[in-house]
Structure formats: C-alpha cells, structure tokens
Write a protein of this length. Structure first.
Length: 203
C-alpha cells in the first residue's frame, strides 16, 4: 500500500534527478509513489523521466507544466498537493537525496502510534556553507527543529490533509518556511515527532 507521495520539483538538473530517483528506489520501505513536476517542458528531461516511468510505472510518474513559473517551485508544489491521494506527503527538490532507511525511520512513529503524527522530521546535512545562517561548513550535522532557519522542506513528511489546507500561498524565497507554519496552523493540536537521525542531504 502506498502511504506517501513524494513530490519532487525539477528544472533541467539532468545529472541530479537520477540520483534523487534512485535514492527512493533504494528505500528499505517501498510504501511511496514519486511524482516529478518539471517547470515547463524540456525534451532532454522527458527522455530521462520517460525511461524511469517505463521501468517503474507503479511508483513513478511525471508532469511538465504548461508554462515556466520560475517561483522556486512553489506553484508546482501547489499543483502536486492538489493531486495527493496518499495519507502523507514529502516535498523535495531534484538535487537532494535520501538515505536508504529514510522512509523506514520516518514511518516508525506513524506505524507505532495509535494517533498518527501530523509531521515527522529528521536531521540533515547541507552541501554548502552557512546553512540557515549557521556558521558551519558543508557536510556538517544540521540539527533541525520546527521553526524558520531550522528546517528545510525536504526533511519532513506531513499529513496530506494538512498540506491541502496549507497550500503554497507564499511564492517568495521564504515560501518553504511559510508552508511549514501553515501546516502547523492547519492542525488543531499539531503532533510533531523528531527522528534523531541524519537521513537527508540538501544540495
């Protein structure tokens, strides 16, 4: 049973997107479907994505938007949220990748709790300097917490019901943080669980 939809926004990262896709094909828990949303049509990207869809039709699909939004992927994310039919959603970008046990760890509290959490987040690593304004170099531990400058959209899963209520009203650079805050506001009494493992690499 598919419990989560992974929405990946993309734009012409031909070498990166296969890494992201393979990081999910290698997951120890295969409870997902992966949807790539590309910002406008691109023939080279279609060749890459069509090959994955041919080989993994039960878990992989893609769409090209009719126009290029060029708004940090937020409009594409809104489109993807509108297509959700799984209990949970993960939103990510095409240059990120995940540890093979990402979904296994993230769904442990979902499967263990009588009342499933609204949000589950993990720690991460950034490949660039000073992530979130922190004075640290690349590939260092980034401890996450529910707040601006301490979280990234790719390091948490959320209940799709809340994602549909929240949407992406903020199309600016800080739209990710606004989305997270809107998820919290959409929950009556938000239940957030933190997984103390580094499971995600942000590029």
């Amino acid at each position: 049973m598919k419990e989560i939809t992974v929405i990946c926004v993309s734009y012409k990262r031909y070498k990166n997107i296969p890494v992201l896709i393979h990081s999910f094909l290698a997951q120890t828990l295969q409870n997902f479907k992966l949807l790539v949303l590309h910002d406008g049509y691109d023939a080279e990207m279609e060749i890459i994505l069509q090959d994955f869809r041919n080989n993994y039709p039960d878990i992989f699909d893609y769409r090209f938007s009719d126009i290029r939004f060029n708004d940090y992927g937020h409009s594409l994310r809104d489109i993807g949220i509108g297509m959700l039919d799984t209990e949970y959603v993960l939103i990510t970008n095409d240059d990120n990748y995940y540890c093979p046990k990402f979904l296994e760890y993230m769904f442990m509290p979902v499967h263990a709790e009588s009342s499933p959490p609204d949000i589950v987040l993990c720690d991460m690593i950034h490949s660039h300097n000073n992530p979130g304004g922190r004075p640290q170099g690349p590939y260092n531990l980034f401890k996450t917490s529910p707040g601006r400058l301490s979280i990234d959209i790719g390091c948490f899963i959320a209940r799709s019901e809340l994602a549909k209520k929240a949407g992406f009203r903020d199309k600016t650079h800080d739209g990710d943080a606004t989305y997270f805050e809107d998820l919290i506001s959409a929950a009556v009494t938000p239940r957030i669980i933190k997984i103390d493992h580094v499971l995600f690499v942000h590029n």
